[in-house]
Design a protein around this ligand. Structure first.
Ligand SMILES: [Mg+2]
Length: 263
């Protein structure tokens, strides 16, 4: 996918960590059952801080980087496999829930919460591990084949928020950059891991995968929603292209993702 090929896709399979298969097991274990862990702010002898780099990427101060800095490969892999990633996700979803609770819904079924799918509701960290965590440019065909298996696990804090939003009475709109031919396996993957219902699942009809079209697609679809009477109360995604543009929603929530950047 162009979005992936245009962004940072570089992490690391450390010789000190695990084999690929063992890494996959560890990832799934983490997704299902968070474990205690810490992430070291690895730095090179010159003092380059990977923690500071990640902060810069997440806050959109650092842009247009072709790859994760080589010195940060271990750091990013460690972060993605650590409890810190889950804790960072939890901060986002807890804030979203706190805000959601303050909203008085109109009761007409038009108050919606938009959720991105990839690396927001479900994670492909298993694919990243099996493909060098992005140390090379993604093989688009391999990625699509992986997605088509529909085996991506839920991000636990996102699933928790999804359930809470439903209980509060929000209508859920899933807005993804995936193409229409992906609909069936996207739905089955989501349902298999606990996302069982939604008001709409909006995919792309056609187009190229790149940052510009991703953002334009999401803006255009949000505009259609608003023009048809929906009120976008909240919006959560792992990329800035999910949250920028027209009609982003009353509040937006950015999930962590140090692996790549799409504005
Ligand atoms: Mg995403």
């Amino acid at each position: 996918m162009g979005a992936f090929s245009s962004i940072i896709l570089l992490v690391y399979v450390a010789a000190t960590v695990l084999s690929i298969s063992e890494g996959s097991e560890r990832i799934h274990s983490l997704i299902r059952q968070p474990v205690a862990g810490t992430v070291s702010a690895e730095s090179d002898p010159a003092g380059f801080s990977c923690l500071s780099w990640r902060f810069g990427v997440e806050t959109k101060n650092i842009r247009d980087l072709p790859t994760v800095p080589k010195v940060c490969q271990h750091y990013v892999a460690d972060y993605m496999l650590s409890d810190q990633f889950l804790q960072d996700s939890k901060v986002v979803t807890e804030e979203a829930f706190k805000y959601a609770k303050t909203v008085k819904l109109a009761g007409d079924g038009k108050d919606i919460w938009i959720l991105d799918v990839d690396d927001s509701l479900i994670t492909h960290v298993d694919f990243y591990a099996q493909n060098g965590f992005g140390t090379e440019i993604f093989d688009v065909t391999a990625l699509i084949n992986y997605l088509a298996q529909g085996i991506s696990p839920a991000l636990p804090e996102s699933l928790k928020l999804y359930r809470r939003l439903l209980r509060l009475g929000f209508k859920i709109v899933l807005l993804t950059g995936r193409m229409e031919p992906s609909r069936n396996f996207t739905e089955s993957n989501l349902k298999n891991v606990g996302y069982h219902s939604w008001e709409k699942l909006i995919l792309r009809e056609t187009g190229e995968w790149n940052d510009t079209t991703q953002r334009a697609h999401k803006s255009a679809e949000r505009r259609k929603l608003v023009e048809s009477g929906y009120r976008i109360i909240g919006n959560m995604g792992d990329q800035w292209c999910d949250l920028l543009g027209d009609y982003p929603g009353h509040r937006t929530f950015k999930l962590p993702n140090p692996v790549f950047y799409t504005e």
